[in-house]
Design a protein around this ligand. Structure first.
Ligand code: MSP
Length: 519
């Protein structure tokens, strides 16, 4: 099989196609706020790129093989497959719950994936990258990770989990061959690993030397069989990483692969960056396949300052959160509160604070005061009149530069900064209302009132456009209330003046309850 591009050729990324992935989630337990966090962030970027006009593939799904899932199924008294079928649905249910827009949801127990993972393995065999040996060492089942003797402290893995001793025949991948090519690649592609502090961690790790990687398990049966050796199943991480290729139709659909793969960004939690930024590129190079464009690692959420864990009983369920606060409040909070990339804390108190201030007081209030005024005094028919007053131009001038700023932030995954910029515009718009006092103008200067309302509607239109990717249902309600045609909701349209199609429909309440700030 000949692929159009060889590894290293990531320059081929074109702006009109974009591929973004979440990690695939283990089905040993139901989703929690941590898994929702990655998916929401990826969804925002996917929606945003679509709004910029790109053809976007957005992949998410579930990681169903391996010892951890096999053990959880056993404890639940179910067959592994039945257990996976059941839990995978809870992850799929996050799609409507969180208003996510993936173009594919993959399960590693699907036939298409088995085929792709085995084809990938065979490519490595053909290239002399896999050999049979025997593994003896420590294994952390919860991390599904092999650790070295010197990494084990007091019988625990670096993550603090119990480890078990494994001694069995195993296939190995010649990872040690790839230290220099990897270092060269990082050097030539300084943005491959982001944020930059993660890049430094990875550089240090690879510079420290790479040992060959055990990539099969012979005592486990819950996995994809190694081609040509039924005594082994693939190590779950090899199986899992290949999912990113499966979704593009590997090994058959070369066109999709050529179109989307060079633009691919894997967004992952910081704890699994080594798999994505070291093992995965090495495996791809060894298979003579091109590399994705970027690995972006985000931080971890704690809950009220503590690590989230079943034993502490502080696991936050996204379903009940959405039921209480609404999906947009949850999306907004997670992305506005925590600088994307860094660790951050989740608390309902902080969420309520954001909901009350940024969303209800600033945004909700702005939309409400402008639109209810237009309904009250003009029966939903806004009197449009362009103005050339300096104060109006100054306010409107905010928007073209804000769009550029927001685009720049989103392309660098600085999602919190993008929202910060949008909120500044909302605050500026509220200030403009306070200064212009339309409720006075309606009595004293109806001609000037037309100009002021036009300026405000222009502003609201652009705020609605900018918020679409972040809080989609609220933003669509705003654009609906402004009678903006569905096809006029892309960034390409934002240079054109606001143009309602017909009478403005009544405004739906954006944030129904402003909840008490409990202290
Ligand atoms: N199955 C592997 C990934 C394979 S990708 C080829 C895995 N799954 S996981 O379910 O344990 O974690 C998936 C992702 O969930 C993490 O990378 C991270 O993005 C997210 N998070 C899980 N707990 C989290 C927090 N407490 N905080 C933030 N994100 C967290 O690893």
């Amino acid at each position: 099989m000949v692929f159009l591009r060889s590894w290293g050729d990531t320059e081929a990324m074109t702006r009109d196609s974009f591929y973004i992935t979440t990690p695939i989630y283990y089905v040993n337990a139901r989703p929690h706020i941590g898994s929702a966090y990655t998916s929401i962030a990826v969804d925002v970027v996917a929606r945003f790129m679509r709004q910029e006009g790109a053809d976007v593939r957005f992949l998410t799904g579930t990681d169903e093989h391996g010892q951890k899932v096999a053990q959880s199924a056993e404890q639940a008294g179910k067959t592994a497959q039945a257990f996976c079928d059941e839990i995978s649905v809870h992850f799929r249910d996050l799609i409507p719950l969180l208003n996510l827009t993936p173009t594919d949801f993959i399960r590693t127990t699907e036939a298409r994936h088995k085929k792709a993972a085995q084809a990938f393995w065979s490519r490595l065999v053909t290239r002399g990258q896999i050999y049979l040996g025997s593994y003896a060492g420590w294994y952390d089942v919860r991390d599904e990770t092999f650790y070295r003797e010197e990494e084990i402290v007091d019988g625990k893995s670096p993550s603090g989990h119990p480890v078990e001793w494994i001694q069995e025949p195993s296939y190995f991948f010649k990872l040690s061959d790839w230290q220099q090519p990897l270092l060269r690649f990082y050097e030539e592609h300084p943005d491959f690993i982001a944020p930059s502090y993660r890049r430094n961690e990875i550089l240090r790790f690879v510079e420290g030397g790479l040992k060959d990687l055990s990539i099969s398990r012979s005592r486990l049966t819950w996995g994809i069989p190694v081609p040509g050796d039924t005594q082994h199943v693939m190590y779950v991480w090899i199986d899992a990483l290949t999912n990113y290729l499966t979704s593009l139709g590997f090994p058959e659909k070369q066109e999709d692969f050529a179109r989307f793969w060079p633009s691919c960004v894997h967004v992952v939690g910081k704890e699994i960056i080594r798999f994505h930024a070291v093992y995965w590129p090495a495996l791809l190079m060894a298979a003579n396949l091109p590399l994705p464009r970027q690995i972006f690692a985000h931080g971890w959420l704690t809950v009220e300052g503590q690590k989230m864990s079943k034993s502490l009983g502080n696991v936050v369920d996204p379903t009940s959160l959405v039921k209480t606060y609404g999906v947009d409040a949850v999306r907004y909070f997670l992305l506005r509160e925590i600088p994307f990339g860094e660790d951050g804390d989740f608390s309902e108190r902080a969420l309520r604070r954001r909901l009350n201030t940024d969303l209800a007081n600033d945004l909700g209030n702005l939309v409400q005061r402008v639109l209810s005024f237009i309904h009250k005094h003009f029966e939903g028919r806004p009197p449009l009149r362009q103005s050339s007053l300096a104060e109006d131009q100054e306010f409107l001038f905010l928007f073209p530069s804000l769009l550029l700023r927001v685009q720049n932030h989103v392309h660098r995954f600085a999602l919190h900064r993008a929202l910060e910029g949008i909120n500044e515009a909302v605050v500026a718009a509220n200030r403009y209302v306070d200064q212009q006092k339309p409720w006075v103008l309606v009595k004293t200067n109806p001609e000037r009132l037309k100009e002021v309302l036009t300026v405000l509607l222009e502003g609201l239109f652009r705020i609605g456009l900018l918020l679409r990717a972040f809080i989609p249902s609220t933003a669509e309600k705003i654009l609906d209330a402004l009678a903006v045609a569905p096809e006029a909701r892309t960034f390409a349209q934002s240079a054109a003046p606001y143009q309602p199609v017909g009478v403005l429909p009544p405004l739906e309440i954006l944030f129904p309850k402003v909840l008490e700030d409990a202290g």
